[in-house]
Write a protein that binds this ligand. Structure first.
Ligand code: PRX
Length: 652
C-alpha cells in the first residue's frame, strides 16, 4: 500500500463539483460552511440540534454530552427512542409503499420490499424472538448471507432492544464460536446456506460445528431457508424462520430504549489478542448514520442507493441496515459475487435498477478494472450521479478509472475515511461543495475534530506525517469493548493524557488541509479492505501441530491492497520441494478453517528460524522487506541467526 501512498504524494489533479451537481445537492458550499461554523461555535449544541431534528424521540433528551465517565462518553443519555422505529415506522404514513429494499440474488431472482413489507417482516420476527424469551439487552448472533433477511434480523433485534452481533458469513465455525461465547449470545439467527460464485456455503453446518463443541449460552437457533441445502435440525434448539414467525402478529410495539442502550456489537481485529467486540450506542450511532447519508451520500427522495458492503462489516451496518432506511431511501441488496457471470455484473445491476448513488471499496474497483476495463461502457450508467469508496486509500489509477469509465466524468467520488469504531464517515468530501483530489479523503465532516499530531499531541504542519486523532468525543463513537473496559482504554486512549481518540492510522495533511491516510501504525493488515490482525493469523498458524513458530506481515498487492505473507518454522526439519508445497496447502486451509478464507496467507515461507535480535525480538521490519522482495541493505550482523535470511528469501 505504501507504493500507492508514494504516488499520491505527487497528486495535483483537482476536481471541483459541477455547478449542476451543486445546484441539486442537499449541501451547497454555504451550507457546509454554516455547519462548520456552528460546530465550532457550539459543539455540543450543534450535535444536540441535529439529534432533535433527525431522530424521532419517545422521550426527548435534556442532556447532551456527558463526560463524567470519560473516556466512556455518553450522548443524549436521558432520552428514549428506538432505532427500528426510526428506520421503518416513521416512514409508513408518507412512504409506506415506497421500495425500501430491492434484493437481487446471484441467479438473478429479484424481490422488492416496501417499507410496509419491512414493517411486517420485522414485526413478525421481533415477536417470534420475544416468544423465545429474548428480552432487552440479550445478545443475538446473526450469521447470514447478504440478503434482505439479514437486514430484517438486525432490525428485529433493534426493535426489541436485543443487542445483535453480526458475524460475516465468510468466517469459519471457530471464529463464530469465539464471538458466540464472548458476547454471551442467547440466540443465533442463520440460514441453511449462502450462495457465492455458484457454490453453497453451509452456514447452518458451521453453526452446528461451533455450538456442538461449546454452545455457550445459546438456547435457540433460527434458520432461514435460502440455498435449499440439506441441514440437520436439532430438535429442541433449532427452528425454521418460517415456522418461528408463522402466526405471529406483524405489529410489535418497539422497546423504547435509553439513547445509550447498546444497539450492536461488531467484532474487529486489533494488533493484539482476539478480535474485540466494538460496542455502539442507539441514538448517537443512528445520528451518525443519518447525517452522513445525507451529507456525504446526498441521499434524496428519488435516489436508488447501492452500498455493496456485506452486513458482516461496519459499512453494511451504517450504509445498508440502518442509515439508508433511517433516511427513507430505496436501496439495492445483492447476494453474490461481482464477477458472476462476468465482471460487468455490478454495472448491469446499476443499469437495471437505475442506481444513482453507488458505494464500494477500492479493492473491488481494482479487481473489476482489471477483469473488464471496458465493461461499464456496455451498460447504461447515465442514472449514476455519485460514487463512493471506503476501506483503504484508493490509488489514483483506480480513482481515475472509477471517475471516467464508471462515473463518466459526471459523478463526484466521495472517498470516506472511517472505522468500525467511529460508527460512520468521519473524513470525507461533501459532494456538492468539496474539491476532490484523487487519493485523499479530503476534510473532516462538520462536528468531527480530526487532526494529525506528533508523539506529544502537538498539531503538525503541512505534509508532516503523524498520528491521526479525533480531539473531541462524537455521538457515533464506540462506547467500549464488550466486557473489557480496560482494553478500550488501552487501545484507543493510551496517549495524549487520554484526551484524544487514537485511530491507529498515520496520516498527513497537505497545504490545502486535505487528509492523506498513510497506513496503520500497528500490526493490523488491510486485506481487501478487511482488517486482519497479524497476531490472529499467527495464533491460527501455531495452533497447527506441525508449526513451532510463525510471523505474519503484509506486502503490497495490486488488487487486495495488502497480501498476507507468513514465515513459518515447523516442528522438526524444514521442508522443501513437494513436501513443502503440500504443507503450504494444508496450512492455508487450516487458517481458513480457523478464521475464514479471507485470512488465508497468500505466501508461506519455511525457514529454520525467524530473524531475531539478541534479546529475542522478531525483526518485523526486516520480514516486511523480505516479503516485498527488497534487497536487504541494513546491517543484519546483530541478528542472533543471520543464516535464516536467505532461507526466508527463498534463496537457500
Ligand atoms: O486504516 C484505515 C482504513 O481502514 C481502517 C478501518 O477498518 P475497519 O474498521 O474494518 O472499517 C473499514 C470500513 C469503514 C482504518 O483505520 N480505511 C478505511 N477507510 C479508508 C481507510 N484508509 C484510507 N482511506 C479510506 N477512505
Amino acid at each position: 500500500m505504501s507504493d500507492n501512498i508514494e504516488s499520491t504524494l505527487t497528486e495535483t489533479r483537482h476536481f471541483a463539483p459541477s455547478a449542476e451537481f451543486t445546484e441539486n445537492a442537499r449541501l451547497k458550499p454555504a451550507d457546509l460552511e454554516a455547519l462548520h461554523q456552528k460546530a465550532e461555535a457550539d459543539y455540543e449544541g450543534f450535535w444536540c440540534d441535529l439529534a432533535r431534528e433527525k431522530i424521532d424521540w419517545q422521550t426527548e433528551f435534556t442532556q447532551g454530552l456527558d463526560e463524567s465517565k470519560a473516556p466512556h462518553y455518553q450522548w443524549f443519555a436521558d432520552g428514549r427512542m428506538n432505532v427500528s422505529y426510526n428506520c421503518i415506522d416513521r416512514h409508513l404514513e408518507v412512504r409506506g409503499n415506497k421500495t425500501a429494499i430491492v434484493f437481487e440474488a446471484e441467479n438473478g431472482d429479484t424481490r422488492h420490499l416496501t417499507y410496509r413489507d419491512l414493517y411486517n417482516e420485522v414485526g413478525k420476527l421481533a415477536n417470534a424472538l420475544k416468544g423465545m424469551g429474548v428480552v432487552k439487552g440479550d445478545r443475538v448472533i446473526i450469521y447470514m448471507p447478504m440478503n434482505a433477511e439479514a437486514v430484517i434480523a438486525m432490525q428485529a433485534c433493534a426493535r426489541i432492544g436485543a443487542i445483535h452481533s453480526v458475524v460475516f458469513g465468510g468466517f469459519s465455525a471457530d471464529a463464530l464460536r469465539d464471538r458466540v461465547v464472548d458476547s454471551g449470545s442467547k440466540v443465533v439467527i442463520t440460514a441453511d446456506g449462502g450462495e457465492r460464485g455458484g457454490k453453497v456455503v453451509g452456514l447452518k453446518a458451521n453453526v452446528d460445528k461451533a455450538l456442538d463443541s461449546n454452545p455457550g449460552d445459546v438456547e435457540k437457533v433460527v434458520v432461514c431457508k435460502r440455498a435449499g441445502n440439506d441441514v440437520t435440525m436439532h430438535a429442541d434448539r433449532d427452528v425454521w424462520w418460517e415456522d418461528a414467525v408463522d402466526g405471529e402478529s406483524v405489529d410489535c410495539e418497539p422497546e423504547w430504549v435509553e439513547a445509550e442502550h447498546p444497539l450492536f456489537l461488531l467484532y474487529t481485529s486489533g494488533s493484539t489478542g482476539k478480535p474485540k467486540g466494538i460496542q455502539h450506542s442507539s441514538a448517537g450511532y443512528l445520528l451518525g448514520a443519518i447525517v452522513t447519508n445525507e451529507w456525504v451520500f446526498d441521499l434524496q427522495g428519488d435516489d436508488v442507493y447501492w452500498c455493496t458492503a456485506d452486513v458482516g462489516w461496519i459499512t453494511g451496518h451504517t450504509y445498508v441496515a440502518y442509515g439508508p432506511l433511517a433516511v427513507g431511501a430505496t436501496q439495492v441488496v445483492y447476494e453474490g459475487t461481482p464477477t458472476v457471470p462476468d465482471a460487468g455484473r455490478w454495472w448491469k445491476m446499476c443499469q437495471d435498477h437505475g442506481v444513482t448513488v453507488f458505494y464500494t471499496a477500492p479493492t473491488a474497483i481494482r479487481a473489476l478494472m482489471k477483469a473488464g476495463p471496458d465493461l461499464p461502457k456496455q451498460y447504461d450508467l447515465s442514472k449514476l450521479r455519485l460514487l463512493g469508496t471506503v476501506g483503504e486509500p484508493i490509488n489514483p489509477e483506480a480513482w481515475m478509472w472509477y471517475y471516467t469509465t464508471v462515473g463518466e466524468e459526471r459523478c463526484p467520488i466521495v472517498d470516506t475515511w472511517w472505522q468500525t469504531e467511529t460508527g460512520a464517515n468521519m473524513i470525507a468530501p461533501i459532494p456538492g461543495a468539496t474539491t476532490l483530489v484523487p487519493g485523499s479523503c479530503t476534510q473532516a465532516l462538520p462536528g468531527i475534530a480530526a487532526d494529525v499530531v506528533d508523539e506529544d499531541g502537538k498539531s503538525l504542519g503541512a505534509d508532516e506525517g503523524g498520528y491521526l486523532v479525533i480531539k473531541k468525543p462524537w455521538p457515533h463513537m464506540l462506547r467500549t469493548v464488550w466486557g473489557d473496559d480496560q482494553r478500550y482504554k488501552d487501545t484507543y486512549w493510551p496517549k495524549f493524557g487520554g484526551k484524544y481518540y487514537l485511530a491507529g492510522d498515520s496520516a498527513r495533511r497537505d497545504s490545502e488541509g486535505n487528509f492523506w491516510i498513510m497506513g496503520r501504525i500497528d500490526d493490523v493488515l488491510n486485506v481487501s479492505g478487511h482488517r486482519m490482525g497479524t497476531m490472529e493469523v499467527e495464533s491460527a498458524l501455531v495452533a497447527h501441530k506441525a508449526v513451532a513458530e510463525a510471523a505474519v506481515v503484509g506486502r503490497p498487492h495490486d488488487v487486495k491492497g495488502e497480501a498476507i505473507v507468513a514465515f513459518v518454522i515447523l516442528q522438526g526439519d524444514r521442508l522443501t520441494g513437494d513436501e513443502a508445497e503440500e504443507m503450504v496447502k494444508e496450512l492455508r486451509n487450516w487458517v481458513a478453517d480457523q478464521i475464514g478464507p479471507i485470512a488465508k496467507p497468500d505466501d508461506i515461507r519455511f525457514a529454520d528460524g525467524l530473524p531475531k535480535t539478541r534479546s529475542g525480538k522478531i525483526m518485523r521490519r526486516l520480514l516486511r522487506s523480505i516479503a516485498k522482495g527488497e534487497e536487504i541493505t541494513s546491517d543484519t550482523s546483530t541478528l542472533e541467526n543471520e543464516a535464516v535470511i536467505p532461507q526466508l528469501q527463498g534463496k537457500a
